[in-house]
Design a protein around this ligand. Structure first.
Ligand SMILES: CC(C)(COP(=O)(O)OP(=O)(O)OC[C@H]1O[C@@H](n2cnc3c(N)ncnc32)[C@H](O)[C@@H]1OP(=O)(O)O)[C@@H](O)C(=O)NCCC(=O)NCCS
Length: 176
């Protein structure tokens, strides 16, 4: 599996992974009519905008992708400065891998890549928000994250709980 920084032309492939992986991940956690509204086209446009930021020289925002041996993008991660008030400096915004490629060590490798990049930007701690009930909780626990908080959010009429996990010392992720 090849891990590399994302390029401008990756927007559509990242959007494909984002929509498909979200639909399989949240099928038992969020209503179907919400999941069916996810659009490849809208997501691709959003990722185009994000890639425009991440590929600029002076930025604290990064996107990495994982490619299979055929050069197809099967997972991605993005992260940067923490959003909102927090004692943590950095944040993983999204991490998604296609279902067929999960549990093969790709998540671990993507986290390591972004942690290295954020630590090079002098960020010393990092956190992530995860939907309650998502098995990804066990993934973060396996990577020695500490549970640091939770919040109730409402998006498009759907109420759900998000749990925050954090690493006080980003270096822990570099040795994982
Ligand atoms: C969560 C996710 C990113 C993990 O990446 P991954 O490549 O599947 O995980 P890894 O193979 O690197 O797993 C590392 C360790 O984490 C733990 N782990 C990972 N997924 C797990 C799961 N579903 N249940 C229990 N433990 C899990 C295991 O200890 C695993 O080590 P092992 O396979 O040797 O037992 C990936 O499964 C995914 O994209 N899920 C769907 C999207 C999602 O939920 N993203 C997170 C949003 S916050």
């Amino acid at each position: 599996m090849n891990i590399r920084e994302a390029k401008l032309e990756d927007a559509a492939a990242i959007a494909f992974v984002h929509v498909d992986s979200s639909q399989t991940t949240y099928r038992d956690l969020l209503p179907n009519d919400h999941l069916n509204k996810f659009s490849y086209k809208k997501r691709a446009n959003n990722w185009k905008n994000s890639l425009n930021v991440s590929t600029k020289a002076q930025t604290n925002y990064f996107i990495y992708v994982a490619e299979n041996p055929m050069g197809e993008i099967v997972g991605f991660i993005d992260g940067g400065l923490v959003r909102g008030d927090s004692t943590y400096q950095g944040e993983i915004y999204a991490l998604y891998i296609l279902e067929a490629y999960q549990r093969k060590g790709i998540g671990r490798s993507l986290i390591k890549a972004i942690a290295l990049r954020l630590s090079q930007s002098r960020l010393t701690s990092i956190m992530v928000w995860v939907l309650a009930g998502n098995p990804a909780v066990q993934f973060y626990q396996a990577l020695d994250a500490q549970r640091i908080g939770q919040k109730l959010i409402k998006t498009r009429g759907i109420e759900c709980t998000k749990i925050a996990y954090g690493w006080n010392d980003i270096q822990v992720l570099l040795t994982e």
